[in-house]
Write a protein that binds this ligand. Sequence first.
Ligand SMILES: Nc1ncnc2c1ncn2[C@@H]1O[C@H](COP(=O)(O)OP(=O)(O)OP(=O)(O)O)[C@@H](O)[C@H]1O
Length: 284
Amino acid sequence: MTAILEVTDLNKSYKDSSFSLEDVSLTIPYGSIVGFIGENGAGKSTTMGSILGTLRVDTGSIQMFERDVNHKNKAEKEDIGVVFDDLKLPKRLTVKKLNRVLSHVYKNWSEETFFHYVDFFQLPKDKAVGHFSRGMSMKLSVAVALSHQAKLLILDEATAGLDPTGRAELLEVLQAFVKDQDRGILMSSHITSDIEKIADQLVFIKGGKIRLSVSKQVLLNEYVVARLRNEEVQQLTKTHIIAKKADGEYVEVLLTNRSEVSEDQLIQNRTIDDISLLLMRGDI
Ligand SMILES: Nc1ncnc2c1ncn2[C@@H]1O[C@H](COP(=O)(O)OP(=O)(O)OP(=O)(O)O)[C@@H](O)[C@H]1O
């Protein structure tokens, strides 16, 4: 029993687009947060939609809660909390009325949990949710996702539009969510500092293909970025090179192993943002 979600070799194309997901695989171990990183149009939402069954896949397998996914299973739907960056809730309802509606939608709806998060995020209870600001709407979506005893959270840009306090609050809530080891989170965000703060695993996607899957600890503590001359790059063991990008007469290289470069060739204090740029814009 190791993974709450196991996606294997997912392929999906769209009718009117040259874009496709190609053999996308990713795993969410129990008790972990997986950060999903990629530029606009890389395929994050397409992957998430495929996992949720809102999009039809061509081939591949999805195992959720250790069973083949069955998107028609209502109980399975209850186990997944979803936050997308557009509010998919009836806009004329107030928070109070929404609570009543959702208590009929979800078998495991907890009014107490819902109002706990509504208060935590300081959301008004008597205002129509259609009049909420973007940040308030995101917080409300999160409150809903957390109030029907979901075990897996799928968050697409959930921190977008939140102010720094709201982001910190949300990250705190998400970390608390996975403390219970039978849960997991897949979250995409362009704010990589958020992912850097709370993710355990990182999955980088580029042009519909997984570019790198790695634990955050390994990426930040073992992988290195070095600035080398072209002839020095030729000396490296090829299998240690994850990405490289020309920078004037030098080449920036992401390596799995620091033993091949000297201290003065290392670029210190790289953030996930720097590494992401190298992976996304690099030559390999
Ligand atoms: N319904 C659709 N029909 C055709 N093409 C689509 C459709 N939905 C998405 N695409 C294309 O699929 C590609 C991947 O889009 P996707 O929304 O998955 O990217 P993303 O990584 O989530 O991007 P962003 O960070 O901008 O949200 C894009 O080129 C997009 O234009």
